[in-house]
Design a protein. Structure first.
Length: 111
C-alpha cells in the first residue's frame, strides 16, 4: 500500500514536474503594442493638436484596431462623464458635439 502514493505521483503531471519547474516563469517582455495604449495616446495627441504624436500612435496598430480602441475610449469617457453630470449618455454626447437637444428623442433630419 505504501507504493500507491508513489505511483500516483508518477501518473499526475503536476507531481512529475521538477521543483524548479514549479516556480513561476520569468515575465516575458511585451511584444507588439497594446491597442488601448495606442488609442489613448492617439486621442490625447489629437486633443493636444500634436499631429506627429498622433501619427506615431496610429502607426503602432492596424487602422481597424485603432478605430476599435478609440471607440472603446469614447464610450467609456462618455459613460463616465454622463455619470458625473447625472445625465444620459445621449444628452452628454449631443452636448459635447454642440448639437441641440432633441426632446422627441429622434435623430434630426439633415436640412
Amino acid at each position: 500500500m505504501a507504493r500507491v502514493p508513489e505511483r500516483l505521483r508518477r501518473l499526475l503531471p503536476s507531481a512529475r514536474r521538477a521543483p524548479e519547474a514549479a516556480a513561476p516563469a520569468p515575465a516575458r517582455p511585451r511584444q507588439g503594442h497594446n491597442l488601448f495604449e495606442a488609442a489613448a495616446e492617439y486621442v490625447a495627441a489629437c486633443a493636444e493638436d500634436d499631429p506627429a504624436r498622433a501619427e506615431e500612435a496610429a502607426s503602432r496598430v492596424s487602422p481597424g484596431m485603432l478605430s476599435f480602441g478609440v471607440n472603446e475610449l469614447a464610450c467609456r469617457a462618455l459613460l463616465t462623464l454622463a455619470r458625473e453630470r447625472n445625465e444620459s449618455p445621449r444628452v452628454v454626447a449631443r452636448s459635447l458635439l454642440g448639437l441641440r437637444e432633441d426632446p422627441a428623442g429622434r435623430p434630426e433630419a439633415d436640412a
